[in-house]
Design a protein around this ligand. Structure first.
Ligand code: NDP
Length: 343
């Protein structure tokens, strides 16, 4: 019996914020027969369980002529992004029926992979919820863990400022900085997020929409390490409040993702006068060095309750567009995940 193979199509390039139903469209017109669908030798059929919705997806919603580190979404084709699924049928010795896999998925209920396509099999010894493997135990967790290890050179007693501190990456960074014995200042865009950041160990947490960031940093700084998730005026304030020899870990600049021209910085001269080291990075370029260590340590830390995880689960493939907008606007409360199916 054929079943619906729903998908989320990239429908138009947005000018400002992405619009659910216009930028992306849910399409349930395709059917798939799970018994007879052709699977090539070495290939396998995957049922999508959880999809990750991440800020960088906004950058992929562009004209194909614009160059960037990640490929543009293709108009008329399904979105792609990190996901977890289960193998339903297989002609691969590595990806057996019943195995749970992680990697890049089409935003679609069922996918035939002709080969391993960069996927890995998850062993999940700790029996974590599968969704965690697109969050703290997946790409955003790797972002926090790998770049903190590579660039922070943190020393006990140093002061760390984390912007976007209530999100998937920022909340992990706060907890890493506390494990290293640092004092943590963290910002986010609502009072509820402020309470969450305090609950995971931030010493000073504030709402950047209702407090003056520079005043807070001047009171509790100077900053030795700045983890930047947002860029723009927050980065300018961090440059003002930075200590000599500060390290700035440039993870993302979401304040400029939905405006033409991004969010320009006026006081970059402090990099010179304060001998600041700035480290920009893309997580996929650090994976070869840290992947093994990450999968050995992080699921254990989560299972032991030493790393707290907060998820915002959106229900069903049709909610992908809403989840994308929520992440850009900040209405998500924790790691944005779309539950496509439980098993
Ligand atoms: P989050 O879960 O933190 O969601 C994004 C958050 O950004 C929103 O919830 C919102 O929170 C905040 N935000 C939106 N607009 C603004 C604004 N104008 N000013 C300040 N904050 C804003 O996302 P992630 O944790 O997944 O990602 C965090 C950052 O890490 C992003 O910049 C992302 O691009 C980057 N990243 C970089 C990677 C790399 O390899 N370099 C890999 C993965 C992520 P609030 O309510 O606080 O405003």
């Amino acid at each position: 019996m054929p079943v619906t193979n729903g998908k989320v199509i990239f429908n138009s390039v947005p000018e400002g914020y992405p619009e659910p139903g216009k930028t992306t469209v849910y399409d349930d017109s395709e059917q798939i027969d799970l018994e007879s669908v052709p699977i090539p030798d070495g290939g396998f059929l995957v049922k999508t369980l959880y999809l990750s919705v991440d800020p960088y997806m906004r950058g992929r919603m562009r004209e194909p002529t614009k160059k960037s580190y990640s490929p543009p979404f293709i108009l008329g084709e399904p979105l792609t992004g990190h996901g977890v699924g289960v193998v339903l049928k297989s002609k691969s010795s590595e990806f057996k029926e019943g195995a749970h896999v992680y990697g890049v998925f089409k935003h679609q209920n069922y996918i035939v992979y002709p080969n391993r396509a960069g996927l890995i099999v998850l062993d999940n010894k700790q029996k974590l919820p599968w969704s965690y493997y697109v969050g703290a135990a997946g790409m955003p967790g790797k972002t926090a863990y790998m770049a903190w290890k590579e660039y922070s050179s943190s020393k006990k007693g140093e002061t760390v400022f984390v912007s976007g501190g209530a999100g998937a990456v920022g909340s992990f960074v706060i907890q890493l900085a506390k494990i290293d014995g640092c004092k943590v200042i963290a910002s986010a865009g609502s009072d509820e997020k402020v309470e969450f950041m305090k609950s995971i160990g931030a010493d000073v947490a504030f709402n950047y929409k209702t407090s003056n960031t520079l005043d807070v940093l001047n009171e509790h700084g100077p900053i030795d390490i700045y983890w930047d998730n947002v860029g723009g005026p927050t980065l300018e304030a961090a440059l003002e409040a930075a200590n000599t020899n500060a390290r700035f870990i440039e993870c993302g600049m979401i304040s400029g993702y939905n405006t033409a021209g991004g969010a320009p910085i006026k006081n970059i001269i402090h990099v010179v006068s304060k001998s600041i080291s700035m480290f920009g990075f893309i997580v996929s370029r650090l994976e070869h060095k840290y992947d093994e260590q990450f999968y050995k340590e992080v699921p254990e830390l989560i299972a032991a309750g030493k790393l707290k995880v907060l998820e915002d689960v959106f229900e069903g493939l049709a909610s992908v567009g809403d989840a994308i907008l929520a992440v850009q606007k900040g209405t998500n409360k924790g790691k944005a995940v779309v539950r496509v199916a439980d098993q």
